[in-house]
Design a protein around this ligand. Structure first.
Ligand code: HEC
Ligand code: HEC
Length: 234
């Protein structure tokens, strides 16, 4: 697969604007707990302990499940994990499943979030995500570069400084569920620029696009061997 490293002018413009508005380089609103948590020094050992509360659903590897019921979180940027967890806590992203697990009385305060996020980021990613049916690869690639790459990166690695998620190698069905929610305006913490673009796209193209994204291989240093098992939870 060809990976282009170029960024578009629009991407540069965004980063320029973001530089003025926030030291954390975000172009989406940051909730208070997120800003607070980003400043903390994470403790990986404690993160490992807290991760026990996540593995029923996200699995011991953090790979989630291939049918997309539970997303892969392994290898995600720490900043993105913290944003999603604190957004769910603050009521900025609806997840009736996650909310009771990550609310403060159960998970703990910002330090707990900082620790578990760092642990999850350190886990290697699945080499076998759930995939779609495949299709017109050239068209999918073009759509991705035109509509998504300036924020999520040419290879879907995202951008930790701007809280743009790593989306490469994520399960197809989970990606599809999220882009549908984004299209319908139901993922309330989504970047408005992205919502505008996805709202204009046909369902057929969205399927093609997320199938392509699920097939992008994460970089070697983020990818697990096929039979890898998290040694912390054997
Ligand atoms: C009971 C099942 C369950 C448990 C336990 C659980 N999660 Fe989740 N998690 C989900 C589901 C389902 C989603 C997808 C969001 C949705 O569809 O509502 C999710 C989404 C996430 C996301 C966002 C992923 C993304 O790509 O945006 C993060 C981060 C996350 N979980 C972290 C955690 C952490 C950390 C723990 C442990 C403290 C945890 N989860 C425990 C079910 C669970
Ligand atoms: C202007 C920047 C921008 C563009 C362009 C953009 N995104 Fe996003 N995307 C984001 C941000 C920021 C988030 C995280 C939002 C949040 O904090 O919940 C996100 C989240 C997502 C998610 C959810 C990831 C997860 O783990 O739950 C998916 C899927 C996604 N984007 C797909 C796409 C696709 C497909 C395109 C192209 C059609 C695209 N995005 C274009 C900024 C962008």
């Amino acid at each position: 697969m060809r990976v282009k490293k170029t960024h578009t002018y629009i991407g540069l413009l965004f980063s320029g604007l973001a530089l003025f508005s926030s030291p954390l380089l975000a172009d989406t609103p940051l909730n208070d707990e997120l800003t607070q948590t980003m400043k903390l020094e994470p403790n990986l050992d404690n993160g490992k302990k807290i991760f026990k509360q996540c593995l029923v659903c996200h699995q011991t590897n953090g790979w989630g499940v291939e049918d997309g019921t539970f997303p892969q979180i392994a290898g995600q940027h720490r900043s993105v994990i913290i944003k999603q967890v604190t957004d769910i806590r603050a009521g900025n992203r609806d997840s009736p499943i996650m909310y009771p697990i990550v609310k403060e009385s159960v998970l703990g305060g910002p330090q707990a979030i900082s620790d578990v996020a760092a642990y999850i980021e350190s886990l290697p990613m699945t080499p076998t995500p759930g995939l779609g049916e495949g299709g017109d690869d050239a068209r999918a690639e073009k759509l991705f570069y035109r509509k998504c790459a300036e924020c999520h990166g040419a290879d879907g690695s995202g951008d930790k400084k701007r809280f743009y998620p790593r989306i490469q190698g994520q399960h197809y069905e989970y990606l599809l569920r999220q882009v549908k929610r984004i299209k319908e305006g139901k993922r309330r913490n989504a970047n408005p620029q992205m919502v505008k673009r996805i709202a204009k796209m046909k369902e057929k193209d969205l399927k093609l696009l997320v199938d392509y994204i699920s097939r992008i291989k994460p970089p070697k240093d983020k990818l697990a061997e096929p039979d890898w098992k998290n040694p912390d939870f054997k």
